[in-house]
Design a protein around this ligand. Structure first.
Ligand SMILES: [Zn+2]
Length: 144
C-alpha cells in the first residue's frame, strides 16, 4: 500500500490538475470562498481525516496528543475494511468526528452573534472536500 506521503502527493497533484482544468474551462470555480472551503476540506481529508486512522499511521501521529480522539475509532474499525469503503468510510469518519466537535462548535458559536455562524453551504462543500480526498486515498490503495 502507498505510504502517507505518496497519498499526499497523489491527492494534491490530482486536486491541482482538476482545479486548473476547471479554471481553464471556467466551470464551478466562480466563488473563491466556496473553492477555499473545498480546499480546506480536501487538506483536512488528505492530511488528518484519512482512511488510515484505523492504524498507527503518520496521519494519526499528526494529531499529536489529540490522537486519543481516534482510539475508539481504531478499536471499532479493522484496517482496510469498512474504513476503506469509498463512501461509507468517509461518512463514518465525518460523523464520528462531528459528534466530538459538535459540542465544541456549539460552545464556541453559541456566544457569538448569529451572523458569525458558518453557512451550511460552506460546511457542505468542506465535507465534499474531505470525502473527495478520502476517495482518492482509497483509489490509490486499490491501484497499488
Ligand atoms: Zn489506506
Amino acid at each position: 500500500m502507498p505510504d502517507y506521503n505518496t497519498h499526499r502527493v497523489f491527492n494534491y497533484l490530482t486536486f491541482l490538475v482538476i482545479s486548473v482544468l476547471l479554471f481553464k474551462l471556467q466551470v464551478v470555480i466562480t466563488d473563491m470562498k466556496l473553492f477555499l472551503a473545498l480546499g480546506v476540506g480536501f487538506y483536512i481529508g488528505t492530511d488528518f481525516i484519512t482512511p488510515d486512522l484505523d492504524i498507527e499511521s503518520k496521519a494519526i501521529k499528526r494529531w499529536g496528543r489529540l490522537k486519543v480522539i481516534w482510539l475508539p475509532y481504531k478499536w471499532l474499525f479493522k484496517h482496510g475494511q469498512s474504513s476503506h469503503n469509498i463512501l461509507y468510510g468517509a461518512v463514518v469518519r465525518i460523523m464520528y468526528f462531528s459528534i466530538i466537535i459538535l459540542g465544541l462548535y456549539y460552545l464556541l458559536f453559541r456566544s457569538l452573534p448569529p451572523e458569525t455562524m458558518i453557512s451550511s453551504v460552506y460546511v457542505f462543500i468542506f465535507l465534499i472536500g474531505i470525502i473527495t480526498a478520502n476517495a482518492l486515498h482509497i483509489i490509490l490503495d486499490v491501484l497499488f
